[in-house]
Write a protein that binds this ligand. Structure first.
Ligand code: ZN
Length: 490
């Protein structure tokens, strides 16, 4: 899969276009509506397969029937399991049930008038294994309908007819939602199909099990971020999912260019989602291929708030490596260039990843920065501020410690405060050691200084620089052989 060898970070790929798009979008951080069709966020379209793996959770399925006051609410779980067990999607069948007779609650329906126990208002029985049914005549619609022995038989019969090789759906090659419902409906199939798809989309946002989302402390903003529908007719992707049970690993990302209004996390995510949707992810010289949405599952804002941006099951083109694109959690911190994550952001990131690792059995070695998987600057300062110290179990709040990947040493506590407040890198240079004990005194070597800890002194003088000049002078003043004169002997 050549496409997956690409990365979404604007700075790492697609320099000109990436920077141009992102920079031009950031100044006006006004939330804009996501791609929608008639007010519905598009995940599922009539061009998606009718027979499919579940597009809604069991919990939601049961909840919808209970909320509607359906006569089948008490059997909802069993009906769901029957559908999934047959390899069908509970969402499409629930939406059909809604359309046929409002989940069995419409008293002005064939179902109520004739006690048909029918999920589907079928006029004939296709499944030969089903018995105990009869045909009844509805006096108002002046037509015959099947009265099933029970609701399960009618659901079973409905699924059977869609996949019966001897029946017209299969014979005519009708596999998509739209193709099936065109035949299914007796009239007004466009409105019927639109209503079914809209309902399915309204339930779709619950496909990531609520418990996991709750456990990770995520605020769901998926419906506020741009998505591209397969119905656009534009080549795009990945449009693929992997079950949560197969997920493990974490890849940390950042925005790339400096993020100007970084406190407004949602607006930044919205701009980035639009950028990822409009971006051509294909390699140069290959046909264009656009994005199906933001290529990060979750994001952590300046204040530590955590956002769910995509279904956790979604496969995303985020790190340039197929395995991690398919199974790893893509975690995004919307900062860029030299910007540093806030202490709240780092703390939240740590908590999020701790929980994800516990949920998925991810070892600490499988927490990566994007640049460890493919060639990119991503995730910028987070490499030193978060990824490496996290893996080493040495993560501390940013105000009390800093790890320098350049030399592999940390500066912490009072030494770190002193280093920051008295001039930083140009004055002291990088740490060359961790804190050391020398003659009973705590010291640390830097490129251009040696810090000494004087606990006996006043606060202002607890950290002192070694008096290197005085020592050097004292050494210089001790008698030694005369220096040769320049030019002597020529
Ligand atoms: Zn990245």
């Amino acid at each position: 899969m050549g496409r997956t060898a690409l990365t979404p970070c604007p700075l790492s790929q697609c320099w000109e276009r990436g920077l141009e798009v992102v920079r031009s979008e950031y100044p006006s951080l006004v939330p804009r509506p996501p791609l929608t069709t008639e007010g519905t966020i598009v995940h599922i379209t009539e061009r998606d397969s009718f027979v499919a793996t579940p597009r809604m959770t069991r919990e939601r399925f049961v909840g919808v029937l209970a909320e509607a006051g359906s006569p089948w609410a008490g059997q909802a779980g069993e009906i769901h399991d029957l559908i999934v067990g047959a390899g069908h999607d509970p969402a499409i069948w629930l939406a059909i049930c809604a359309r046929e007779h409002s989940y069995g609650t419409n008293r002005d329906s064939v179902l109520w008038r004739n006690d048909t126990r029918s999920w589907t208002n079928a006029r004939s029985v296709r499944d030969p294994s089903i018995g105990g049914w009869e045909v009844v005549h509805d006096s108002i619609r002046k037509s015959d309908y099947v009265r099933y022995a029970n609701i399960f038989d009618s659901v079973r019969d409905g699924m059977y007819r869609v996949t019966d090789p001897g029946y017209r759906y299969v014979k005519e090659g009708r596999t998509t939602i739209g193709q099936v419902l065109t035949i299914w409906t007796e009239s007004d199939s466009a409105a019927y199909t639109a209503a079914v798809v809209a309902l399915m989309n309204s339930w779709h946002d619950a496909t990531t099990p609520g418990g996991v989302v709750e456990g990770l402390g995520l605020t769901d903003v998926r419906h506020l971020l741009a998505r591209r529908s397969p119905a656009d007719g534009v080549p795009a992707g990945p449009y693929a999912r992997r079950p949560l049970a197969e997920k493990r690993g974490v890849v940390v990302h950042y925005s790339g260019p400096e993020v100007r209004d970084r406190a407004n996390t949602l607006a930044v995510l919205q701009a980035e989602a639009r950028y990822h949707v409009d971006k051509d992810w294909a390699k140069p010289e290959r046909p264009a291929c656009y994005g199906d949405g933001l290529m990060y599952h979750v994001a952590v804002g300046d204040d530590g708030a955590r956002y769910l941006c995509r279904d956790l099951e979604d496969v995303l083109w985020h790190c340039g490596v197929t395995a991690q694109n398919e199974t790893a959690l893509a975690v995004h911190v919307p900062i860029g260039d030299k910007q540093r994550a806030t202490p709240a952001q780092l703390e939240s990131l740590r908590g999020l990843i701790d929980t994800w690792r516990a949920l998925t059995g991810t070892p600490v070695e499988e927490v990566w920065g994007h640049q460890e998987l493919s060639s990119t600057d991503c995730p910028g300062t987070l490499m030193a501020d978060f990824v490496v110290p996290y893996r080493r179990g040495r993560l501390a709040p940013v105000e009390t410690q800093q790890w320098f990947p350049e030399t592999g040493h940390s500066v912490g506590g009072a030494f770190w405060q002193f280093w920051q407040s008295r001039g930083g890198l140009p004055i002291f240079g990088y740490p060359l050691t961790d804190e050391l004990s020398e003659g009973g005194q705590t010291i640390q070597y830097f490129e251009r200084a040696i810090f000494e800890w004087h606990p006996e002194s006043d606060d202002l003088w607890k950290v002192q620089l070694r008096r290197l000049g005085a020592k050097a002078l004292a050494t210089a003043l001790t008698p030694h052989p005369p220096l040769p004169m320049l030019g002597e002997g020529e």
